[in-house]
Design a protein around this ligand. Structure first.
Ligand code: HEM
Ligand code: SF4
Length: 537
């Protein structure tokens, strides 16, 4: 049973999870299986409960209401950067970007994640998939995680850094990143410099990576070609006194932080999506039929991946629900945080778990089952505020979510149109690798592939997207706490929305929009990734 609460800072302490061992608390249990530990906490303590990592108190909030309170708290109270001390030796000493997190996100949005670059990215990704499967031949076998890790290493670097930098990379980088991920061992939460094999492997991998990046720049200095990728520009950036603005070590840190955000997450999701479809043949059949119908007219994958592919999207969302790559999101409490009758004092860590939330039967009936139909228009279970959390929520919700979905749609459009797949191991041998806080797919996770013969083509899409209807007078409401300013709404309805470059928040143009614009407004509401928009009659 959870320990009884004492009064603290005006409210009660959250209940402490049972089996709190002397000295290490719940650390070994977390290291063995973070998902089991957090599930036990939810069952025992309810919507708020505390576990102990060798003296570090982590308070887990579960359920949509508690999660909303967590996501809506200001950064000055719940600080994201300070909550991940184990990331520092992975990214490197000295803040890699020399800027606030907000400036960094803004830069990423401007450079690569803006809507207008998405078509170009989709073309690059389609090209990379083609390149990876070029030598596949008629049939073969592969490890899903190895394959998708290599593929997404190339796609992420080509889109976020630049084509020329991507061309410097080879499969050996996959194992370097795997070793860096070992730095998220639960022990590193308590002391990121412990002399244990996982953390030594992390440090070795980082050194190798810095040396490789240095070698890239040295080689480039010796040749006459002109380089324009992001890292080359940063490499050549000088201060007023002529010294370099960013060292190769810092550029390596930027590389690692980009890959941690976008590469691991996408490769794990792609692996699980393929495995889940193979374990659920009726959904595999529907998805393949949908793709065959959509591409029957020979349209470009890079065009379609930016548009709706309803059944594939349902399968991807369901994969993300059951296997969110980030299982715990944390914030350092800078001043006391009150929730209902409880107080989480400054110095503790507040946390939310997408893995727990996504499997709560209150929000997702039959929660353990792979059931992509739960996202079809009559159910839309991903639209429940602060319950479906693979991309987090609130002001720190993933800014790469639209890019990630587009990338996954591109990858599966090509793979499932060209090849048939089947599991190459017993079903029960596939599972999560929970040896690190960054959860992955347990290896081996092998699948067999065979080139498809004739494609059963039909000119009708399997499911048509529901068309929004024009309506009466209406008003648009914006929840500014949630708006991230990347402007999907302004792309859908440029006459209704503009994003303020200073504040990175959306402005609605006109208080009572023309009813003619209703359709566009509804599209903006539907595609706003943070659900910051709603329509009032
Ligand atoms: C399936 C793929 C992905 C998943 C499941 C995912 C998941 C997440 C989650 C859960 C968060 C919230 C972290 C928190 O609240 O502490 C997040 C934040 C973030 N993600 Fe993603 N992500 C994915 C892909 C990407 C990609 C492709 C990029 C970049 C291109 C990216 C860039 C970021 C950044 C920069 C943040 C920090 C946002 C902030 O702190 O405000 N992610 N992601
Ligand atoms: S309203 Fe939504 S789509 Fe528009 S800028 Fe804000 S978060 Fe992005």
């Amino acid at each position: 049973m959870a320990a009884a609460s004492e009064l603290r800072g005006g409210g009660a302490s959250p209940p402490l999870l049972s089996r709190n061992r002397p000295l290490l608390g719940h650390l070994l249990e977390l290291r063995r299986n973070p998902l089991a530990l957090m599930g036990r906490l939810r069952e025992e303590c309810g919507e708020i409960g505390e576990f102990n990592l060798a003296g570090n108190r982590i308070v887990l909030f579960t359920g949509a209401e508690a999660q909303e309170a967590f996501f809506r708290a200001p950064d000055e109270q719940l600080d994201q950067a300070a909550a991940y001390p184990f990331m520092k030796p992975i990214f490197g000493e000295g803040v890699v970007f020399d800027a606030t997190p907000e400036q960094r996100k803004q830069a990423m949005r401007n450079q690569s994640l803006r809507d207008k670059f998405m078509r170009g990215h989709a073309e690059v990704i389609a090209g990379e998939v083609e390149r990876m499967i070029e030598g596949w031949g008629e049939r073969g076998e592969l490890d899903a995680l190895d394959f998708f890790s290599e593929l997404t290493l190339y796609t992420s670097s080509a889109c976020l850094i630049g084509r020329q930098f991507r061309d410097e990379l080879g499969p050996e980088y996959v194992s370097i990143f795997k070793d860096l991920e070992r730095g998220t061992d639960a022990f590193a939460y308590v002391n990121p410099y412990l002399p244990i094999p996982a953390l030594r492997a992390r440090d070795r991998a980082r050194k190798v990576l810095v040396a490789k990046i240095e070698a890239v720049f040295r080689r480039r200095e010796a040749d006459a070609a002109e380089y324009t990728d992001l890292f080359h520009i940063l490499h050549n950036l000088k201060r007023e006194d002529g010294t370099r603005r960013y060292s190769d070590d810092q550029i390596t840190g930027m590389f690692i932080s980009m890959m941690f955000a976008g590469h691991h997450t996408t490769s794990v999701t792609a692996s699980w999506c393929l495995l889940e479809l193979l374990m659920n043949p009726s959904w595999l059949g529907k998805t393949v039929a949908e793709l065959d119908a959509i591409y029957a007219d020979g349209r470009e994958v890079s065009y379609q991946a930016l548009r709706e592919i309803p059944l594939l999207e349902c399968a991807l969302k369901e994969t993300l629900r059951l296997h969110p790559p980030l299982v715990i999101l944390m914030r350092k409490v800078l001043y006391d945080f009150h929730y209902k009758g409880w107080t989480v004092p400054a110095g503790h860590t507040a946390a939310v778990s997408p893995a727990i939330s996504n499997r709560m039967s209150e929000y997702f009936p039959d929660a353990e089952r792979f059931a992509p139909e739960r996202y079809l228009p009559d159910r839309e279970e991903d639209k429940q505020a602060f319950a479906w959390l693979p991309f987090g929520g609130g002001r720190h919700r993933c800014i790469g979510a639209a890019f990630a979905m587009m990338q996954l749609k591109t990858i599966f459009s090509i793979l499932l149109s060209r090849y048939e797949f089947e599991l190459a191991q017993p079903v029960e041998s596939y599972g999560n690798d929970v040896s690190k806080m960054v959860v992955a797919v347990r290896q081996p996770c092998r699948v067999r592939y065979r080139r498809r013969k004739a494609m059963a083509r039909s000119s009708q899409p399997a499911v048509a997207g529901s068309e929004p209807a024009a309506g009466d007078a209406f008003r648009i409401r914006v929840d500014l706490d949630l708006c991230q300013g990347h402007g999907v709404c302004a792309s859908e309805a440029p006459t209704l929305f503009a994003v303020d470059r200073q504040t990175s928040k959306v402005t609605v143009l006109g208080t009572r929009p023309d009813p003619e614009l209703r359709e566009r407004a509804e599209l903006a509401v539907r595609h706003c990734p943070t659900r910051a928009l709603s329509i009032e009659e």
